[in-house]
Design a protein around this ligand. Structure first.
Ligand SMILES: C[S@@+](CC[C@H](N)C(=O)[O-])C[C@H]1O[C@@H](n2cnc3c(N)ncnc32)[C@H](O)[C@@H]1O
Length: 260
């Protein structure tokens, strides 16, 4: 574990700076995630009980476009919390394998995860993605509680989503520009079920736990709950809900469980 990098991260995160116990729990969780890290999307998908071959069918067609998305966000705006190519492949694969009708992502930013999920929905030929993001003025108003600072408000939400994907997906991707704390409870009441939920908005543990707990009853049996930048709230959630096997298995702290 990069101890110096971790200390710098905690020092730059308002939530942890004010909470020494929480920052200790965070350090422990990161160490556990490091010990249980999986390095390839195929292995991660198989660990969830999903055939990687089925899940990644059709990926080769989208690969150049999606790799360009990741590259262009890095070049133009820096890291910006966008998912990596490997994490994006997991998102793509789960959407292909589960053939969902209702997918939710929280945290759109430049649109990296959005591009991978929408590409898979296009490949499936059905299903809708609901994407929740803060209004630009709120996201761009300075450092967030989890330490995030975002440049996308200058260029527009989802600016990196290629026109080929944006135009083809059309109204099968519904963007909700509202604080997730208000938007998500309302959205969940309108959907018959959730097939896949991907958390990638505010990464403070109390907020993440709130989100996992809120979504879980709406997730269909065999639906998938995914979280990026997981911390001890994920471990606690898996323990409380007695979810088997998902506590520590991760790829770059992307975690996922299937609802039994
Ligand atoms: C890590 S970035 C998302 C990256 C994106 N998933 C991608 O792969 O490109 C986190 C995003 O969550 C948004 N966010 C933070 N707090 C939020 C909230 N309370 N409601 C909705 N979105 C929020 C931020 O504005 C930011 O754009």
């Amino acid at each position: 574990m990069d101890i110096l990098g971790h200390v710098k991260e905690v020092a730059a995160t308002p939530f942890y700076r004010r909470r020494p116990m929480a920052s200790l729990r965070y350090s422990y969780a990161k160490w556990k995630f490091l010990l249980n890290r999986i390095y390839t999307p195929g292995e991660f998908l198989e660990g969830l009980g999903v055939s990687a071959q089925v899940a990644l069918s059709g990926y080769a067609r989208w690969r150049p476009l999606l790799e360009d998305v990741v590259r262009s966000v890095k070049e133009k705006q820096g890291h910006q919390g966008g998912v990596s190519i490997e994490d994006g492949m997991v998102l793509f694969g789960i959407v292909r394998a589960m053939q969902p009708e209702y997918v939710i992502e929280t945290g759109v930013a430049a649109g990296v995860s959005n591009s991978f999920i929408n590409a898979a929905l296009l490949e499936n030929g059905h299903g809708t993605l609901y994407s929740i993001e803060l209004p630009p003025a709120q996201s761009g108003a300075g450092r967030h509680e989890d330490g995030g600072v975002f440049a996308w408000p200058n260029t527009g939400v989802g600016w990196a989503v290629p026109p080929e994907i944006r135009n083809a997906i059309g109204d099968r991707n519904i963007l909700i520009l509202e604080d997730v704390r208000k938007a998500l409870p309302k959205l969940l009441e309108t959907l018959p079920q959730v097939d896949i939920f991907f958390h990638d908005d505010l990464h403070t543990p109390d907020h993440m736990l709130w989100e996992y707990e809120l979504v879980w009853p709406h997730l269909r049996t065999s639906g998938v709950l995914l979280s990026d930048d997981s911390n001890f709230s994920w471990i606690q959630f898996c323990r409380d809900r007695q979810v088997k096997d998902g506590h520590y298995r991760n790829m770059q702290r992307l975690t996922a469980v299937l609802k039994p």
